[in-house]
Design a binder for this molecule. Structure first.
Ligand code: ATP
Ligand code: MG
Length: 396
């Protein structure tokens, strides 16, 4: 058995919400580890959680914890009673794992009842450790083995490594959002960043068969699956057949406004769906100035069809910065597969870069979009639920 200490970090600052946040985090962790539940037990104390894990599963459990938002850092720890001999033995056990080390002891007394001060604890333990392990040297300025002793109310945690985790907030504490997921690089990153702040994310994708291929759709499923490990327990991907609306848009006299109007339709549909599924915000991968449809004028004209707030986590990011994150979360290689989605396929010759709301609204009056949009909402949306690591279609 090994003990893994999970630190909450920012969560400890959240006052009244704290209990709710911590409970959510623990539920998320338990859900994630449900396949290993016979091998893991949980002990909660004030600012942390300790998982006791059967040796063979330590690595996989750490991996899962490192993809869980709301965890600040992790340590594999030795846990002892409030007893100097036990503490000393645990320090020796950790120090013995490595040879030729420059060593430093760090002591934190979370509970001041303990009879010795931090300095006294160090002064008692260090000489014994040095005597027991021959090739250890003390180096308080530049150690390469730092052993930390944390004295708590009813036990002591001892460890030499703090593994970084994702930080952020437990997914679910910020409600639900609906993310417009294309097959591109930006929208998976935007979705991931929204999850980071505790929002669980459902996805909506617009396709236009037969113009868009099954591979293009497959890509979207793969992207959502790739970031599933950061998301809430179960989530949905809605696939909208946008063909009829696209046909209507193709009849519009002023084709330069097509992309703008297409976006306005996307946002209208996303709003209607969001209300049905209790999502409180819409997420896109828009980045200011990146392409014609992402100027502030375009964003305004598209935005005005939305009742819900549109969250744009990568608005201020350079493409390079977005790519860096997409590589980290392993969506990049999927995103760059060469299958086009509806937007990339139907770009008019001269898409308007600074659309005007009045002109957009006028153009909308030249087509019959309302009924088609209703029809699309009622008949052309399929829902897929992520369940046990795969998508299943939900039959209406
Ligand atoms: P991405 O890399 O996310 O595709 P992009 O730079 O290609 O973004 P656009 O194609 O202009 O940008 O799309 C802007 C945003 O609109 C996307 O980030 C996404 O949120 C949404 N979007 C675009 N196309 C679709 C689609 N077919 N289905 C769902 N959402 C879409
Ligand atoms: Mg795109």
């Amino acid at each position: 058995m090994k003990n893994i200490l999970v630190r909450y970090g920012e969560l400890t600052l959240k006052g009244a919400n704290r209990n709710y946040f911590v409970t959510k985090l623990i539920n998320n962790i338990k859900f994630k580890l449900k396949a290993y539940k016979e091998f893991v037990s949980y002990t909660k104390d004030n600012n942390s959680l300790t998982l006791t894990v059967v040796d063979n599963y330590v690595e996989i459990v750490i991996e899962k914890l490192q993809t869980t938002f709301g965890i600040y850092s992790l340590s594999v720890i030795e846990k002892t009673n409030l007893n100097m001999e036990e503490i000393t033995n645990a320090v020796i056990k950790i120090a013995q794992k490595s040879t030729n080390k420059r060593f430093k002891l760090e002591v934190y007394r979370k509970d001041k009842q303990f009879p010795l001060t931090s300095t006294e604890i160090k002064q008692q333990i260090a000489p014994i450790v040095l005597r027991t392990i021959g090739d250890l040297k003390v180096d308080v300025h530049n150690p390469n083995l730092k052993i930390e002793i944390v004295i708590k109310k009813d036990h002591v945690d001892i460890f030499d490594t703090r593994l970084v985790a994702l930080k952020g907030l437990p997914v679910g504490v910020s409600g639900k959002g609906l993310s417009l997921l294309s097959g591109g690089i930006d929208s998976p990153v935007a979705s991931f960043l929204t999850m980071k702040r505790g929002m669980q994310v459902d996805f909506i994708h617009f396709m236009t068969p037969p113009h868009t291929s099954t591979e293009a759709l497959d890509k979207v499923f793969k992207l959502a699956a790739q970031i599933a490990k950061y998301n809430y327990q179960n989530f949905s991907l809605y696939v909208v057949d946008f063909s009829m609306l696209l046909q209507e848009l193709n009849h519009m006299p002023d084709q330069n406004y097509k992309i703008t109007l297409m976006r306005r339709m996307f946002v209208r549909i996303a709003n209607k769906l969001a209300f049905k599924i209790n999502a409180r915000g819409i997420i896109t991968g828009e980045s200011l100035g990146q392409v014609a449809s992402q100027t502030i004028e375009s964003i305004n004209v598209i935005n005005s069809t939305s009742i819900l707030p549109i969250l744009r986590p990568v608005l201020t990011f350079d493409k390079e910065e977005i790519i860096e994150i997409s590589k980290k979360i392993n969506t990049y290689d999927i995103s760059i597969l060469p299958f086009d989605d509806v937007c990339s396929m139907f770009v008019p010759k001269n898409p308007i870069t600074k659309p005007k709301l009045k002109v957009a609204e006028f153009n909308e009056q030249t087509i019959m979009w309302e009924e088609i949009l209703e029809h699309t909402m009622d008949n052309l949306i399929k829902e897929f639920v992520w369940n046990d690591d795969k998508f299943e279609e939900v039959n209406k």
